[in-house]
Ligand binder design. Sequence first.
Ligand code: HEC
Length: 121
Amino acid sequence: MRGIFRTFSALSTIPVLVFAVGQVQAPADAANGKRLFEKDGCYQCHGYAGQGGRDGARLAATPLAQQAFIRYVRRPFGAMPAYTSKVLSDQELLDVFAYVKAMPAAKPAADIPLLNHLRDR
Ligand code: HEC
């Protein structure tokens, strides 16, 4: 009887474990993020290097936290179109986030020789 009980209680933990594993997020994949950044048109406004410009904000090395980044893309408040989870899942946006986060930040103006040259004339 105790044996049966033990078997039963061991079996009943399995679904719990499966559920817990299902909750673990896959690690972000920046290479996939790059692919999505280009496929879904982020680059059209934000630039291939995430540098921003007339049509979009700078994204390279974004100071946003990942949840704030996702929230913004879902519900932007300016000229940017919203991207629903049908277009890009949260996991895919984490990949895009990892990609833009790793892009090199802008150089300080003082590190750009031409600007220094112009200023010193
Ligand atoms: C049609 C042009 C356009 C496209 C396409 C676009 N954006 Fe934007 N995005 C903007 C503009 C313009 C802003 C500046 C604020 C605003 O108007 O929403 C912005 C702002 C942002 C911000 C907030 C930046 C900050 O520091 O506050 C994030 C994050 C962002 N975009 C991510 C993305 C991602 C990721 C994609 C692709 C899935 C994308 N954008 C596609 C135009 C665009």
